[in-house]
Design a protein around this ligand. Structure first.
Ligand code: C2E
Ligand code: CA
Ligand code: CA
Ligand code: CA
Length: 275
């Protein structure tokens, strides 16, 4: 360890694990990335299997690091959560995504990922209301994707937040469904509109019997609870046909399109207008 001026300690020990060093470096850069305008949103089409056409986009955060190149969200979002940066970052995502989506054709939905820490923040309801008001996006076009990790905290508060959000007119989807640790009982009491079947089940649904059964059960569970279902991670025609045959409402995946920058939205809408 080396003493820098003003009592600041910096640790550059050779013994320090390379991945820990990388983490520390990312952490430092992350704190400045927003001011340096290094973030952007990519959008991946959501496809309606019944209408057989594109019905919206999911916003996916991208960090263009000046030296590291594109840093994947799985590598920086958990750090942003830990160092308390997910609040401002998530707020930026919401504002930017709503602003961009308001120019799309009116029937296109916008799905935005919300991390548990962001969701639990007492100001979250107002942040949503502000983003909608500032952009003039209709709340009916906004869908928030949350994961089962929100249930780790106080469930009475979670329930109250969900109700307040829904009172604003937007929809809530449960992301990565089936990969969490919670019991199924919360599905009864929490007002989700949509279940997003995790790509790990989608990948195996055409191969292993277990995954096939899980997909079938989730779709039927969703239907009986009045929730729609979307299958993520569709990469092959076989997977697509399988999800369609099982009665899944929507699909998303590389087969339709990779996430694209906002400049390619219009072209994607034309391309996927009818499949
Ligand atoms: P997610 O919400 O489950 O998003 C789906 C991920 O699967 C995306 O990765 C997407 O690019 C990828 N994907 C889409 N289609 C396919 C496919 O056919 N095959 C495969 N193998 N992958 C596919 P991405 O963009 O790297 O995002 C990773 C995760 O980072 C997201 O998972 C989400 O949890 C988180 N994330 C991304 N943007 C945001 C954000 O704005 N806020 C928050 N809180 N989390 C975000
Ligand atoms: Ca998602
Ligand atoms: Ca997911
Ligand atoms: Ca995920």
């Amino acid at each position: 360890a080396k003493m820098e001026g003003r009592g600041t300690w910096r640790f550059f020990e050779p013994s320090m694990d390379a991945s820990l060093q990388r983490r520390r470096a990312i952490e430092l850069d992350l704190r400045e990335a927003m001011a340096k305008d290094e973030f952007s949103l990519y959008y991946q089409p959501l496809y309606d299997l019944h209408l057989d056409r594109i019905c919206g986009f999911e916003a996916l955060l991208r960090w263009h690091h000046p030296k590291r190149g594109m840093v994947p969200p799985d590598q920086f979002i958990p750090i942003a959560e830990e160092i308390g940066l997910i609040g401002p970052l998530g707020e930026w995502v919401l504002h930017r995504a709503c602003e961009q989506a308001v120019t799309w054709p009116g029937e296109m939905k916008l799905a935005v990922n919300v991390s548990a820490a962001q969701f639990r923040d007492s100001g979250f309801i107002d942040i949503i209301a502000d983003a909608l008001a500032a952009s003039q996006l209709s709340p009916r076009r906004l869908e928030l994707e949350i994961t089962e990790s929100v249930f780790l905290a106080n469930s009475a508060e979670t329930l109250a937040t969900l109700h307040k959000l829904k009172a604003q007119g937007l929809r809530i989807a449960l992301d990565d469904f089936g990969t969490g640790y919670s019991s199924l009982s919360y599905l009864r009491s929490f007002p989700f509109d949509k279940l997003k079947i995790d790509k790990s089940f989608v990948r195996d649904a055409t191969a292993t019997h277990g995954s096939k059964s899980i997909v079938r059960a989730v779709i039927s569970l969703g239907r009986s609870l009045g929730m729609t279902t979307i299958a993520e991670g569709i990469e092959t025609v076989e997977q697509l046909n399988h999800m369609r045959a099982e009665g899944c409402n929507e699909a998303q995946g590389f087969l339709f399109s990779h996430p694209v920058p906002v400049t390619e939205i219009a072209a994607k809408i034309l391309e996927l207008r009818n499949g």
